[in-house]
Design a protein around this ligand. Structure first.
Ligand code: ATP
Ligand code: MG
Length: 291
């Protein structure tokens, strides 16, 4: 099938830096946000990317979506190098890789009824009659657990969880192969998080999707992913199967992330361990304990 061993997505030695601070003639400060990243995501799988804030997760997601370009290295999708694709091939890939962001309020136009927001990708890529469009949108709303009647409502008439369902409906409208989910459940409360994660799992089976699931929330990532990659300062410091217990994680950064998970009952939170700091990560632990 694909020329490169069936991987849906492959990142090979991807490097990316941003210039930060004032740039002078003689020097400019570079912040390395992707440092020789090598990752593989097989078809139908979910790769979880976890790491502290600023570690480079979203930038990596943007490179997969073609919104940022790697300085060095290659990103292969369905056996083809994104950088050497023709315009036509790139356009085809744009519909095959979709995204769901954390901030559903800003990703939906507040002045548009939901119908228009879900219709947008269909309008751009499919040539459907008005009747077919309406039917497709109704089916999409049903598949994300909303009512077809919801299509005439406006974003402010929905809860955060419902808005995220609408963002997901829009992401699956073009029947993509891969969805980059960047902190897609992070702003939701725990119960709604569970519901959306369950919905994502069901849709993954139904539409044969692959996910790159990005979050700083180790438990959310682990609950949906097959493979987990831990990112720290632009590097993937550990990858591990989600079938393995958390205790199998070896890298100090991974251990810090595990240690920062709060016990589910407030009574037990005082007992949350603060393990020796790893290059500033203790702040993360203290912040977690303060919540
Ligand atoms: N366009 C840009 N120009 C300059 N610096 C940038 C740019 N985009 C991101 N950065 C910097 O790159 C680093 C990594 O950012 P990124 O958004 O990828 O982190 P993240 O792991 O997604 O963090 P978070 O968990 O907070 O979302 C940050 O220090 C950020 O300030
Ligand atoms: Mg981010």
């Amino acid at each position: 099938m694909f020329s490169r061993g069936g991987s849906m997505l492959e990142l090979r030695n991807v490097n990316k830096s941003f210039t930060v601070g004032a740039r002078t003639l003689l020097n400019s400060n570079k912040l390395k946000v992707a440092d020789n990243i090598c990752l593989t995501l097989d078809q139908g799988m979910c790769l979880g990317l976890v790491g502290e804030s600023g570690s480079g997760k979203s930038t990596l997601g943007k490179m997969v979506l073609g919104l940022e370009k790697p300085d060095e290295g290659e990103i292969w999708f369905e056996g083809k190098n994104l950088a050497s694709m023709s315009r036509k091939e790139r356009l085809a890939v744009r519909r095959k890789i979709q995204t769901v962001f954390q901030d559903c309020y800003s990703s939906l136009n507040p002045r548009w009824p939901i119908y228009e927001s879900i219709r947008e990708p269909l309008k751009n890529f499919e040539k459907l009659s008005a009747r077919e469009e309406k039917r497709t949108i109704q089916e999409l709303l049903i598949s994300v657990g909303l009512s077809p009647d919801d299509m005439s409502k406006y974003p402010h008439q929905f809860s955060g969880g419902q808005l995220q369902r609408i963002s997901i409906a829009r992401a699956i409208a073009l029947k993509p192969k891969l969805i980059v989910l960047d902190e897609a459940v992070s702003s939701l409360d725990v119960l709604i998080q569970h519901q959306i994660l369950k919905l994502l799992e069901d849709l993954k089976e139904q539409y044969l999707l692959s996910y790159l699931f990005i979050s700083h929330d180790l438990m959310a990532v682990r609950s949906i992913s097959d493979q987990l990659a831990v990112m720290y300062k632009g590097q993937i410091v550990e990858t591990i199967s989600c079938k393995k217990p958390l205790s199998a994680m070896q890298h100090p950064v991974s251990k810090q992330l595990v240690a920062s998970i709060l016990p589910s009952h407030p009574r037990d939170r005082g007992k949350a361990r603060i393990t020796p700091s790893f290059d500033g990560t203790q702040e993360l632990l203290l912040a977690a304990n303060a919540n």
